[in-house]
Design a protein around this ligand. Sequence first.
Ligand code: PHE
Length: 346
Amino acid sequence: MIDGKIIGELEKSALEEISKAVNFKELENARINYIGRKGKITSTLRAIGKIPEEKRPEMGQLINDVKIKVSNAYEAKNSELSSGLSDKDPYPGDPTLPGRKNWQGGLHVLHKVTKEIKEIFYGMGYSLTEGPDVELDYYNFEALNFPSDHPSRDAQDTFYINRDILMRTQTSPVQVRFMEKNTPPVRIMSPGRVYRNETPDPSHSAEFFQMEGLYVDKNVSMVDLKNDLTFFVKTYFGYEAKLRFRPHFFPFTEPSAEVDMSCFVCKGEGCSVCGKTGWIEIMGAGMVHPNVFRFVGYEQDLYTGFAFGMGIDRIAMLKYGINDIRHFLNNDLRFLEQFWRQKGWE
Ligand code: PHE
């Protein structure tokens, strides 16, 4: 007996078979199966004469509608397969072609190295603070014990906005800014860009990056400075890396030192990278000068502290064997891309 339910089921299975078809052969089979000359829908329509007369118009209409719907679905599928747009087609193109990769950028190597350095100092309890690139003469020089007209300023010529405002030559002004607003204990690091009036060459640039460190508390000594820096260098460059402290002068530390690392290329034997000395300079450091404490209002008799400032570009050059500081700012993708593929700490 033909009724609405049977017709509904026929419609459902016909549409399902058509939509599942992934090629012309399957689609043609579905067509023959339902709306072909001997198809299920066609023969149901033909059998209409066998049902009671009063039901014929309603059922006839129903089957006809279904037939039209199924034919439309067939046409739609047919053109979909012809245009090759079927997303169910298991062979959408030449499967032997290599895949296409999306272009993806990555961190600049200096940014990556900064993150890696920060990670190590976070582990030692340092927190992060930042200061402005455009700085007051007061913070960059005066409060760091560089009196105006003193020759100690000559080593750090920079770009002046006016007499009192300049592009900072070092990250050390952040020490003063932070100590003005905070009382000891203080344990901070401060990475950032610095500027100097330099003619660019393989090891000089008019802008580069530094990472400042400052630790002030009761009884801080040079031993603590050596400890933190040694831990950093061995963590970042490997356990064989060694440090050497050479006496030096900075107006805002006393005693002061320049810190060298054993050459990573020759392991201290002497080669062209380290100028045959076996050592490479990576930072300046020392014990905070009492005059700096006076400027920020810390009790000189109660507190001591150490500070260091390392060249991030230098560290990156050593870490990745880069031979010219100017590569960092040339924006050449062939250079920059190399570091995106290396596994970082981030
Ligand atoms: N600011 C110094 C420089 O740029 C480095 C330094 C930092 C030295 C902290 C001592 C202490 O040369």
